[in-house]
Design a protein. Sequence first.
Length: 421
Amino acid sequence: MKRSILALAVGGLFIAPAAQAQHSVASTFDAKLGGFVQMNTTWNSDENDDDNPSSMRKSAVQPGTAQDGQKTLRWASTRTRLFLDVRGGELWGAKTRAYTEFDFDGLKLNENTGQSSATAANTPRLRRAYMRWDWTNTWALLGQQTLLFYDAVSPFGTTYIEGVSSGRGGMTGGSRNRAPAFFAGHRFGLGVGTLELIGSVARHATDNQPAAGINDSGTRADRPAYETMAKFSTKVFGREALAAVSTYWGEEEITNSAATAAALRTQKLRSVGTGLQGALPLGPVTPFGAFELRGATFRATNMARWNLGSNSATSSTIGVAQPVHAHGGWLEANWQITPKYGLALGGGRARDDRNDVRAIGGTTLRIQDNQGYWLHFTWQDGPWGFMTSISNVDTMWVTPTTNAETRNDSQELHFVFRYSF
């Protein structure tokens, strides 16, 4: 009996500190592991070898190519997501958070060219990783997050298929719209609504080619890009309505490969953009459901790396290179039929200035006008979700030296199955 009592006493000396340590960790951090398993099945009227088949395609294929008219059926679970959301204790009077998110697309979309990289597909890819501090009305974020510019409103189908708006990547995969950045924002209560002012210092995506293998950091600009957003939100018919204006400014310096210092030449090119975005509920919820309009428009120069247009600059020749101007936007009408069923009809366009495109020169076809249209239907029941989508993208190319136009269109059908956890 004495030995048993002694053994229990000694064991208690080890168990008590371990239990105390476990209690301390649990009281300091609240960790949530989540995500979703998703299967994307995509049918294409013309083979899509430029984008991930799980996203809406970037553009139609050129007429006469091997992909033109080559119908394909592909499916993948690479858009499956895994995230870890950790909420910590207060620091400097702010609630703290760390968030990490992965998908399994690997580096399938090449950071520089947009071409597919099959050897890196189906491997984990870091999408977002950031630290956040939240005070009462002020917040700050440090890490890799979706680009602030043109990111206040997203279309209905973005939660299933990336690429249905210019803000999330135009008619292409929005994964390239992530950037390491510093964010800070403050909310002002205005009685009927809230005004939020946000600023960001982010990596500038230059046109200069980074060293091979650099992922999400290969920029040769010697200064970052600067972004701002002013967003006003209020309740209309019991749902959120918002309007936002955003700006983007970046600068890069291109140089020649001079053999001597005397032969070195440089030129600075600026990337500038302005975006307007909004969401407006249309009337109260009725027996026929709830209706809403969402949309955005932009003007940009030298911002093809953020998918706002198809061409960045007229050339890389020092002294004569000029930014290509672009404009466009998207508009979508949403119908939430019931809490389980939804329907969305939308269209978008990105158009480069024709004279700028012609200034590129040569006989290589250059995309000058890109238009897309889509119809989404969704069903959700608890953790289960399903989406079917039909879309069309119409692309026009220009031959710079002759001004001749070439046009083609491509269609896609998406069937997306998801289980969230």
